[in-house]
Design a protein around this ligand. Sequence first.
Ligand SMILES: NC(=O)c1ccc[n+]([C@@H]2O[C@H](COP(=O)([O-])OP(=O)(O)OC[C@H]3O[C@@H](n4cnc5c(N)ncnc54)[C@H](OP(=O)(O)O)[C@@H]3O)[C@@H](O)[C@H]2O)c1
Length: 300
Amino acid sequence: MKAIQFSRYGGPEVLDTVEIDPPHPGPGELRIKVCAAGVNPSDWKRREGQYRAFEEVGFPSGVGVEASGIVDEVGPGVASTFVGDAVFGYGRATMAEHAILTHWVHKPDDLPFEIAGGLPVISETAWRSLDELGVQAGETLLVSDAAGGIGSAVIQLARIRGITTIGTASPQKHDYLKNLGAIPTTYGPGLADRVRPLAPEGIDAALDVAGSGIIPELIALTGDPTRVLSVADFAAEEYGARFSHGPPKEPERVLADVARLYSMGQFRLHIERSFPLEQTAEAQTISAAGRVTGKLIISP
Ligand SMILES: NC(=O)c1ccc[n+]([C@@H]2O[C@H](COP(=O)([O-])OP(=O)(O)OC[C@H]3O[C@@H](n4cnc5c(N)ncnc54)[C@H](OP(=O)(O)O)[C@@H]3O)[C@@H](O)[C@H]2O)c1
């Protein structure tokens, strides 16, 4: 089968399309014929060696942590999922024609494979962040980087929980944010002055998805560092704010709930662009440029 691999840390040029034997699932795992795999910033951060301090990559390494597809082999001990089932979830080396999933749920018929393959990371991160922030119905949440994958999921899950969201994005994306249910504003200098009139009763909590060095500003806006959480700024804890990271918590429950919300028409995912497997390097380059609206997908 074709798969994307890299054998040293580096830029997108270290990614190769290789021909390898399909993997076999271990206990509690299954293998899918991949229909769609979501591109995440962690893919190119791992490739660049940004995670070396806490996670060494074994070479050659596959790419990709999430996918949708059709089950074509079931590992020992797996119950309730069978060859031929349509599923989506977390896995390893998902940018390949076949990949192993470690946590999955069945895909509803009305959820397209292309969207399902991009849901796991963004929806679990958004869900976990809202839970850890403890933001409640009736409160107002400020989200930086609201138009990317995680931000788009946060806005919608917050709306469903009765939370008002103010999201930052560049002006051309403000209609996109409004359609998801957020009050848009721009990022950059003067954020507090722009946000205060949008939230006359104050900002109750802030979620930093951009990791652009605004934690002190978010703490000033909420008035409480414990009500500021980042998923992208490792320095957050130096200011008394919190940092949220994986591994995913209760991924099957979150994925099942998000699939249900999708079927109910309450949750959407904008796919900015889909790429064939061989263009994974181009997709990662676009992701690393930091301008993606919604999600990029690889469709082998
Ligand atoms: N800790 C965790 O558990 C966890 C899990 C998953 C991901 N992450 C991290 O979360 C971050 C976001 O991931 P993602 O998949 O949502 O990224 P993404 O989809 O690639 O984000 C792209 C968006 O970022 C916006 N953006 C860029 N600079 C910005 C700024 N300074 N302020 C506000 N928006 C800005 C862009 O909007 P404009 O075009 O308008 O600039 C674009 O729409 C990444 O750093 C990722 O590694 C963390």
